[in-house]
Design a protein around this ligand. Structure first.
Ligand SMILES: NC(=O)c1ccc[n+]([C@@H]2O[C@H](COP(=O)([O-])OP(=O)(O)OC[C@H]3O[C@@H](n4cnc5c(N)ncnc54)[C@H](O)[C@@H]3O)[C@@H](O)[C@H]2O)c1
Length: 369
């Protein structure tokens, strides 16, 4: 019995549970989410589990991966966890076979621009070589749909007066991170063109929301503000990002996975351009911290000045729009971090790494059972 993901999208969780029961856990769709222990991946896993699919998370648990992001979600039945790297072809193939994977969403990546400037190698290995391994396995094993999660940063930087990016704006990546993501996007296109793989690329502007690793701009500012620590801001702080709540992004990814045609590219954005200084100022207000904590530090080399996204294409093709206003989403996010201090304190203290190595020692525990 085939049940579509989006058939259930507008329905409530109770209805999903009823349908699930009627499926007797014989899963029609099994979605492999690589990088599912990261920020967007773990939020996407929760979205997927509201529909009658099984989810397999394959994650290397790098410094950015965190099993606590999937607390209460992994049950070994509907949601299975496998530790390992997407660069390990035999592990990926074995995972696909063991769990009869039908759909693959690649969220696994090295994702922090600053780190790519210091050492680009892990970015090339995971974001480019790892993606190619997934594409090869997907083709060989007849995976029905492949979705590559990418970024608007592949388009480079805009000036204050430029038109926002649109889906087919030229690719002009400007950091090792965005260059590696652009390369992966091209490999996906090549797999569609050469091998007829049913693959889709989604690109998105800057995400914020729960479970984001506190080295990224918004969670870093929130946890520092909550701890009365310094709020370091690059250069003049006038860099502009188009912020989108992670739930809006995940909703778009689910629609693209369901309705996208091979070779499609979908561009999501939040329609919420804000300067870094404006965002920090609002976080200071929401946390009750002192504005004197804001410190201007030397700018990042090659720092992109502005990202902005025109979402009219996805409004037309997928009927998707961002629905969470930035002010509301930011307030909710600040509240989430305030209420989940044990989550981020464990990360900052390194406590969770000890737990991970004890629970899922690498690399031998990477094999699916
Ligand atoms: N965060 C954003 O604002 C944003 C915006 C647009 C697109 N994206 C893209 O979305 C995806 C997810 O981003 P995120 O912010 O959740 O990143 P993240 O850094 O929070 O998570 C990445 C996850 O990938 C895992 N990982 C890293 N290397 C791996 C490997 N070799 N094999 C298996 N797992 C590995 C990490 O352990 C981690 O769990 C990335 O592809 C990123 O480029 C992010």
């Amino acid at each position: 019995m085939a049940v579509s993901v989006t058939t259930l999208l507008g329905h409530n969780v109770v209805r999903s549970v009823v349908l699930l029961t009627s499926l007797s856990l014989s899963f029609v769709k099994t979605v492999l989410v690589t990088g599912g222990a990261g920020f967007i991946g773990s939020n996407l896993v929760r979205h997927l589990l509201r529909t009658p699919v099984r989810v397999v998370v394959l994650d290397a648990l790098t410094y950015a991966g965190n099993l606590a992001n999937l607390d209460g979600v992994i049950d070994g039945e509907r949601c299975v966890f496998v530790r390992g790297t997407i660069g390990d072809r035999s592990l990926v193939a074995k995972t696909v076979t063991t769990y009869a994977v039908t759909h693959l969403v690649n969220c696994a990546a090295e994702s922090h621009v600053d780190r790519s400037i210091h050492d680009s190698r892990p970015f090339l290995e995971t974001n480019i070589m790892g993606t190619q391994v997934l594409l090869d396995v997907a083709r060989e094993m007849g995976i029905q749909r492949f979705l590559q999660m990418s970024t608007d940063e592949v388009y480079g930087s805009l000036t204050a007066t430029d038109e926002p990016f649109s889906t087919y704006s030229p690719l002009r990546p400007s950091s090792p991170y965005s260059a590696s993501k652009a390369a992966a996007d091209m490999l996906v296109g090549a797999a569609v063109h050469t091998h007829g793989l049913h693959a889709i690329v989604t690109r998105c502007s800057n995400n914020y929301g729960p479970y984001q690793f506190p080295e990224k701009f918004i969670p870093l500012m929130i946890v520092n503000a909550l701890s009365q620590g310094p709020l370091p801001i690059y250069g003049d702080g006038r860099q502009v990002r188009d912020w989108i709540h992670v739930d809006d992004h995940c909703r778009g990814v689910m629609l693209a996975l369901e309705h996208g045609n091979a070779g499609d590219v979908f561009l999501f954005g939040g329609n919420a351009e804000r300067s870094n200084l404006d965002v920090v100022t609002r976080i200071v207000q929401l946390t009750g911290a002192s504005a004197s904590l804001i410190r201007h530090v030397d700018d990042r080399p090659g720092h992109d000045r502005r990202y902005a996204v025109n979402t009219s294409d996805v409004e037309h093709t997928l009927g998707w729009k961002p629905i969470i206003p930035f002010e509301e989403g930011l307030e909710d996010t600040v509240r989430w971090y305030a209420e989940h201090s044990t989550w981020w304190q464990a990360i900052l203290s390194g406590e969770y790494r000890t737990y991970v190595e004890q629970t899922y020692p690498a690399p031998s525990a990477g094999q699916p059972s």
